[in-house]
Design a binder for this molecule. Structure first.
Ligand code: PRX
Length: 635
């Protein structure tokens, strides 16, 4: 059993030990896993190349830790509860024994299809248990999974497939989320036209939609599974062999394939799950994230299964068939831990207390939030209405790159402060730095958040581009991992994340690079140049505001706006559609040609009283025109 901290004194004592003797600390945690061969060196690292190796020379397979080891004690215990989009449809309960068989069978399917250790496999599936089976089967045969969120467009899917040169794509006929039908296989077909590296496509029949199956390339999941043996011996993996790639957005350029490796990620996912949520055996854990994001990877799949937990997968959305769906789900499955995003909370807050009426939420022990800063009002509303004032809220701060939670309360142990992620977990050494990279010591301070020592779950590279990995995260401040987030440390040493300080926008917890949206907008025939910034949005946290220059007279601005929005949907996905689009004649640029986004952000926020220093602009008059246009647009 993975150790669990029980008191705040124990937390402080373990924290100190983890900083003074990190290798001893993490070796002590790693001992609680199954190894085919033990490591010889706990840690080797530098943040200059950068190089990080945890549990060097160890041999293991993460799925033996998720599945095989539970077979003697939990064969009949539920591993996954699946709640479908439509509450009238049947939910599914999959035991550890059944999941073990499915994963072994699918591992054999992958081998039959020629998959070998190190191959990249793209998974583009709805929120169904087969997504977990596919991920674990990849890990079992040593293939690297790259799950792509099923809200991405065919172009984005193709970009991700091509970047990692995936030879196999696993998808489904389609899905229905809320009332929206999504033809996944059709999107996958379009993507495969742009991705010649895909040799085979395995299709899971989820909703019996009509699909085109290309002979020689496309195969049905069920046919392959029916012919596959349920016995498969897990591949022996090195601690540092890649486990998965997950694409995320940065401030510039195309999305990056964040690469995680086997042993460190495993130890960190399991340890943080058990300690942050204070998970107790047999309890039901529900994380509402999609499996296509890191939260789904770590806290729907790996963290829970490594702990032998019961993990609930929800296919639907919070507003379908009504805005009480989350609360019905908690009641129906007697959920003990509920982990969701501030956006979802804010959108439900609008509907008041009515949806809670008649729902028994007494099973809840712990609430969690992730993905974006939570405002105090939403925190209190969640605490009072979902938690009835009795459940601690863990506001968990982390990133795709960190693999697991880095700063968070331990449920029921850490004294809470609304909207604060509170204290670093054992092994995590946050520092705040000023613009010049000087460490800001003491409390009651604010700066850019960096981490100065590796934890086991840290990403090891960007797939195929280690230099970009170095320059994105390790070059801004020498010898520090730079998170891209701004942060306050209050008088008590508590951390409060204030949001991104780079050109990344966080829309409803979805991380979007401004550059990606600009590239999509600029492809429209009328558009010469665009600049995208965030503005505060009541529900989504941040919205997307695009300033667009056109090279001709626009006959109908509304038509153009809708064309631009549709184009962004097509290139990225519907979640990246700009909320506001303002046509402008020019953008505020410095003499060196750089767009002054600071000024555009202020205008988008509606705060134009003090735009700061504009003396470096080529043409300060541009600003008056943009201000006037913004007033027009926003009424
Ligand atoms: O800005 C921070 C915000 O989400 C970013 C990471 O996004 P992503 O890689 O998509 O992972 C999201 C889920 C782990 C961070 O740089 N963020 C995440 N959690 C919080 C947060 N901001 C404030 N409070 C949080 N609890």
């Amino acid at each position: 059993m993975i150790p669990q901290i029980k008191t705040i004194e124990e937390y402080h004592q373990q924290y100190t030990q983890s900083i003074e003797h990190p290798e001893t600390f993490w070796a002590g945690i790693a001992e609680h896993f199954e190894w085919k061969q033990k490591w010889t060196q706990v840690l080797e690292w530098n943040f200059t190349e950068p190089k990080v190796k945890w549990f060097g020379s160890g041999k293991l397979n993460i799925t033996e830790n998720c599945l095989d080891r539970h077979q003697t004690t939990r064969r009949n215990q539920t591993a996954i509860i699946w709640e479908p989009n439509n509450p009238g449809d049947k939910s599914r309960h999959i035991s550890y024994g059944e999941l073990f068989e499915l994963v072994q069978q699918f591992a054999n399917v992958l081998i039959q299809q020629g998959v070998k250790k190190g191959d990249r496999i793209c998974i583009y599936l709805p929120m169904v248990p087969e997504a977990v089976v596919a991920m674990l089967a990849c890990a079992r045969v040593g293939a690297i999974h790259s799950v792509v969120f099923a809200g991405f467009s065919s172009q984005s899917l193709a970009d991700r497939i091509n970047d990692a040169e995936c030879k196999l794509l696993i998808t489904a006929d389609g899905m229905i989320r809320g009332e929206k039908k999504v033809e996944l296989k059709q999107i996958a077909d379009e993507a495969m036209q742009l991705s010649p590296c895909v040799e085979r496509c395995i299709v899971f029949n989820h909703k019996s939609f009509t699909v085109q199956m290309q002979a020689g390339r496309d195969l049905w999941w069920n046919d392959l599974m029916a012919a596959a043996s349920p016995l498969h011996e897990a591949e022996s993996m090195d601690s540092e062999d890649p486990l998965f790639i997950l694409y995320t957005s940065g401030s510039t350029g195309k999305p990056k394939g964040v690469l995680h490796t086997t042993a460190g990620y495993m130890v960190y996912a399991a340890y943080t799950f058990k300690n942050v949520f204070q998970y107790q055996d047999q309890d039901v854990f529900c994380c509402t994230a999609d499996i296509g994001w890191v939260t789904g990877h770590t806290y729907i799949v790996y963290g829970p299964l490594l702990n032998g937990a019961v993990t609930l997968m929800f296919e639907g959305i919070p507003s379908y068939p009504d805005t009480g769906r989350f609360w019905s789900l908690i009641e129906k499955h007697k959920v003990n831990y509920f982990y969701t995003a501030p956006t979802a909370i804010r959108s439900l807050q609008l509907h008041g207390e009515e949806p809670f009426k008649g729902k028994d939420l007494s099973s809840l022990k712990v609430l969690g939030t992730v993905g974006e800063p939570i405002n105090e009002e939403a925190w209190h509303w969640y605490h009072q209405n979902a938690g009835k004032g009795n459940c601690p809220i863990v506001d968990t701060w982390w990133q795709t790159e960190t693999g697991g939670i880095l700063i968070s309360p331990l449920a029921g142990i850490t004294l809470l402060k609304p909207a604060y992620a509170t204290l670093p977990l054992p092994g995590v050494q946050p520092v705040l730095v000023d613009e010049k990279g000087n460490e800001i010591s003491g409390n009651g301070v604010e700066g850019n958040l960096c981490i100065k020592f590796p934890w086991p779950g840290i990403a090891r590279s960007l797939y195929g581009d280690h230099e970009r990995f170095r320059s994105m995260y390790f070059s801004t401040y020498p010898n520090l991992y730079f998170t891209g987030d701004g942060c306050k440390r209050d008088e008590d040493g508590y951390y409060r994340i204030t949001g991104r300080v780079d050109d990344v926008i966080n829309v409803s917890g979805h991380r979007i690079g401004t550059g990606e949206v600009e590239d999509a907008i600029d492809e429209h025939g009328y558009v010469v140049e665009s600049a995208v910034v965030a503005f505060p949005h009541e529900i989504k946290g941040q919205g997307i505001y695009a300033f667009v220059i056109c090279d001709r007279n626009v006959p109908d601005e509304e038509v153009l706006r809708s064309e631009i929005r549709n184009h962004v949907s097509k290139m990225i996905g519907a979640f990246a559609r700009p909320d506001k689009i303002q046509m402008v004649n020019a953008l505020p640029k410095t003499r060196s040609g750089k767009i002054m986004r600071r000024i555009l952000r202020k205008i988008a926020e509606g705060d134009t009283s003090n735009l700061g220093d504009i003396s470096t602009l080529i043409d300060p008059l541009v600003i008056d025109a943009i201000k006037a246009g913004a007033e027009n647009l926003n009424g």
